[in-house]
Design a protein around this ligand. Structure first.
Ligand code: SF4
Length: 384
């Protein structure tokens, strides 16, 4: 009955007791056959799974389709200093009171819990994570956790020229910077704010500091399709990874099928100008299909969530800023780890709660047409 209390209101399915979780776990340990294809690139994870199997234990981070979730994305805030049209409804979103958001200590506690279970990469997102005053402290404290291999952030890049050196000193391993246009006027239209020059300066600083930043560019018809080749040209002298993201439907982002600029459309556009544009090898859990123009310093990737989803190799879990575990970007079932922690839930119960949620993760998202009508949080409240 305790678990019923700690589930958030928007959880559709509800578990009654920890015995039900044990029942699920027993079922899973008998029937799970992890798909080694997803994990063969990472010997450590494979060994870990084998060890657990030998001990008749199954990681709570393995779902019922054999996907091992070693990558956690934690949203630090619901606030953002931009108002991007595809992310935030024009009228804004109701924000949670500060007391509902995870504290620094809770973020570190949850991170450790997941790292103990096998997470090796954590991405800090938002809203805009650089808004949070304790970002440097969070990075530094995560860096102290020995098994964590990569700490990264996704940022709009507005404050990088001021803060990136501190993030790097604290231990930031990599970063993604959002930029949907190379034209200052258009930047103002899409973000409803100024700041283009600062973002570009931030990208150049990141390169100078030794990073190879990923530049997230949401591709949309009648918005930036005329700039796709300009972005590719940007990789000539800049060691960046431009990642074109297919436009996705979220609550309040006025998604229309007609705005979708598909991977195939973009590839055609690029190949007309760059006939030698070539595909690179991808790792099993890569969300992006990598390409480059031979001889160019940087590279290009396509995140094809809508036209060629990559759910089969998904290794991602998300924690929202208000502490809900969201096992799928497009799933609306969430469980409040914040409430569980604040109600004194034991570590074992928390792990069982996480395991039960992971086991309920669907095989794949519902498809472009269905997603449009599904209820989900706006992107700003999920954390990308
Ligand atoms: S839609 Fe869900 S299952 Fe598919 S890749 Fe995204 S998070 Fe993973």
């Amino acid at each position: 009955m305790y678990l019923r209390k700690i589930y958030s209101k928007n959880v559709i399915e509800c578990l009654n007791s920890s015995s039900y979780i044990n029942h699920l776990r027993n079922l899973s340990s008998k029937s799970l056959k992890p798909n080694v294809e997803f994990i063969t690139d990472n010997e450590k994870i494979t060994t870990q799974i084998e060890q657990r199997r030998n001990k008749q234990q199954v990681s709570p981070l393995i779902d019922s389709f054999g996907r091992f979730h070693s990558y956690l994305r934690i949203s630090l805030t619901e606030k953002c200093n931009l108002r991007c049209q595809y992310c935030m409804p024009e009228e804004g979103v109701p924000l949670s009171p500060k007391s509902h958001l995870l504290t620094t200590d809770e973020i570190i506690y949850i991170s450790k819990l997941f790292i103990d279970q096998g997470v090796r990469k954590i991405r800090l997102t938002g809203g805009e994570p650089t808004i949070r005053k304790d970002l440097v402290e969070i990075i530094a404290r995560l860096k102290e956790i020995p098994l964590l291999e990569n700490i990264s952030i996704t940022t709009n890049g507005l404050v990088l020229t001021r803060n990136l050196v501190s993030y790097q000193r604290a231990g930031l391993d990599s970063l993604n910077i959002s930029l949907d246009t190379l034209q200052p006027k258009k930047y103002e239209t899409i973000t409803r704010r100024k700041g283009f020059e600062r973002v570009v300066a931030g990208i150049d600083l990141a390169i100078q500091l030794g990073y190879k930043p990923k530049i997230n560019c949401v591709a949309m018809k009648n918005f930036n399709e005329d700039e796709i080749c300009d972005f590719v040209e940007w990789t000539k002298d800049r060691n960046v990874d431009i990642r074109f993201i297919e436009y996705m439907p979220f609550s309040g982002n006025r998604w229309e099928t007609e705005k979708l600029l598909s991977f195939r459309d973009m590839l055609n556009l690029i190949q007309q100008k760059y006939p030698t544009f070539e595909a690179l090898e991808n790792k099993p859990n890569d969300t992006s299909k990598a390409f480059r123009v031979p001889g160019y310093e940087g590279q290009v990737g396509f995140i094809t969530s809508m036209t060629e989803h990559f759910c089969g190799s998904c290794n991602r879990l998300r924690i929202t800023a208000d502490g809900n575990l969201k096992v799928c970007l497009f799933g609306n079932k969430e469980v409040s780890l914040r409430d569980a922690i604040r109600n004194g839930c034991s570590e074992d119960d928390l792990i069982a709660l996480i395991g039960a949620s992971v086991l309920r993760k669907k095989k794949q998202h519902a498809g472009m047409l269905n997603l449009k009508s599904m209820e989900n949080r706006p992107m700003i409240l999920i954390g990308g």
